[in-house]
Design a protein around this ligand. Structure first.
Ligand code: SF4
Ligand code: SF4
Length: 56
């Protein structure tokens, strides 16, 4: 999965719904570890800013 940084407002919503804890959030940035991600699409569905898309 890929974060579109121009759209992400670092709300943290995606972090809570990831079943494998592949998403980390800091004060400045959200990151997805694609080595862990299982492509369940939970994060993409809940992102209020539509800032997550498929791909790496
Ligand atoms: S697609 Fe699923 S497994 Fe991958 S980062 Fe998003 S919530 Fe986590
Ligand atoms: S849910 Fe969307 S806007 Fe919120 S931190 Fe995740 S990617 Fe960014």
């Amino acid at each position: 999965m890929k974060i579109i940084y121009e759209l992400c407002d670092i709300c943290g919503t995606c972090v809570a719904v990831c079943p494998v804890d592949a998403i980390t959030v800091s004060e400045f940035k959200v990151e997805i570890d694609n080595d862990i991600c299982t492509d369940c699409l939970n994060c993409l569905k809940v992102c209020p800013a539509k800032a997550i898309e498929e791909g790496e």
